[in-house]
Structure formats: C-alpha cells, structure tokens
Design a protein around this ligand. Structure first.
Ligand SMILES: CC(C)(COP(=O)(O)OP(=O)(O)OC[C@H]1O[C@@H](n2cnc3c(N)ncnc32)[C@H](O)[C@@H]1OP(=O)(O)O)[C@@H](O)C(=O)NCCC(=O)NCCS
Length: 174
C-alpha cells in the first residue's frame, strides 16, 4: 500500500473537500452539522496556507492521493490563553478510506508533528459518544479518556454527549 503522509493543503484540494464532506454520508454521522462555507478555507489558503499561529490544517495523503484532512486549533478552556493553551485535534477521512487503520496512522503523524514543532505539552481531542472508531483510534495511540462532556453538541436535531481525550508530551515521548 502507498505511504501515508501529511502535507500542506492547496486550493485544488478544497474541491475534493467540497465533494467529499458536504453530506451526511461524506462527513460521517457524528460529524455532519449541515453545509459549511469552504470559501473560508480558500481564503485561509490564500492568506497563510492554513498554517496559522493559533490553528492549522494539513492534507492527509496516501501516496499522491489526498484522502482527508487533519486539523488542529487552540483550546483555551483551562486557563489564561498565554499560559494554559493546548492543542485540540480533529480529523476526517473520505468515506472509502475509513476502516483501514489510516485514521490511526494519520493522527499519530499529526501528534508527532505538533509535539515536534510547537512547545505545547497537552493535545486533546473530543469526539461524539457514538463515534467508536475515533475513540478506538485515540485509545490505540495512548490518549487517556478523561470524561464525558454532557449534551455539549447540537447535531441532527438533538444534544449529544462528547468524550474528551488527551495525551501529554512526556507520555507521547514514552
Ligand atoms: C474516525 C476516523 C478518523 C477513524 O479512522 P479509521 O481509519 O476509519 O479508523 P481505523 O481503521 O484506524 O480504526 C480504528 C479502530 O476503530 C475500529 N473501527 C473502525 N470503524 C469502526 C466502526 N464503524 N465502528 C466501530 N469500530 C470501528 C477499528 O476496528 C479499529 O479498532 P481495532 O484496531 O481495535 O480493530 C474515520 O473513520 C473518519 O474520518 N470518520 C469520519 C469523520 C470523523 O468521525 N472524524 C472524527 C471526528 S472527532
């Protein structure tokens, strides 16, 4: 099988994101929040190639084929932004590439990338309580399940529990 890697997004990639993620089937049941404005991504690519100081995104590639997107953004939920900020990660694979261990591999590379290039010591991820594939990925990568954020997310006509996970720099190095 071709090698999985992360690379910068280009304007052409946004067409693929548009084609793959703008539907219930494409986004996945626990990630479908209705249509979203991909022009924001086009503007960000023009401005800073989606490599910002507070957030960013990379294409997930299998060989030359883009198969999804990996994101990170700053969470300031735990204290002052200048002392307690951590990264939160998010990922989406195009439907035909799910269930082949690629999500686990991509998130391993993303966590490696973030710990290597930024000094933050905590990376967290939240996922829908029913998203067992994502929870299993995070557990296989050594993330700790920290708890349930109750009915935090509005989606599909109702409120949904989220599960929060994290990994710390020294745990990842170990
Ligand atoms: C969630 C996602 C990133 C997982 O990546 P993936 O490549 O599909 O998952 P993997 O193949 O690495 O599988 C990880 C584990 O979950 C299990 N799994 C996969 N699909 C599953 C499913 N539908 N139900 C239950 N378990 C599942 C696998 O068996 C594997 O566990 P195992 O190694 O113990 O057998 C991917 O499915 C995806 O992009 N989904 C849509 C978007 C999304 O939900 N993103 C996460 C938002 S927080």
């Amino acid at each position: 099988m071709a090698e999985l890697s992360l690379r910068k997004l280009s304007q052409m990639d946004i067409d693929l994101l548009e084609a793959n993620f703008q539907s219930l089937h494409g986004a996945g049941a626990s990630q479908w929040f209705g249509f979203w404005d991909t022009n924001k991504l086009r503007r960000r690519i023009a401005e800073d190639q989606l490599i910002g100081s507070a957030d960013g995104a990379l294409a997930i590639s299998l060989g030359e084929q883009m198969i999804g997107k990996a994101d990170w953004f700053t969470s300031t939920a735990w204290g002052r932004a200048n002392t307690s900020a951590c990264w939160e990660i998010a990922i989406g694979l195009f439907p035909e590439y799910r269930g082949k261990s690629l999500g686990t591999q991509a998130q391993r590379q993303l966590v490696d990338y973030l710990f290597t290039h930024y000094p933050r010591h905590r990376i967290q991820a939240t996922t829908a309580a029913e998203n067992t594939a994502e929870q299993r990925c995070l557990e296989k990568l050594g993330f700790t399940r920290e708890g349930v954020i109750r009915q935090a997310q509005w989606r599909d006509g109702g409120w949904h529990d989220q599960i929060i996970y994290s990994v710390l720099r020294d745990e990842w190095a170990g």
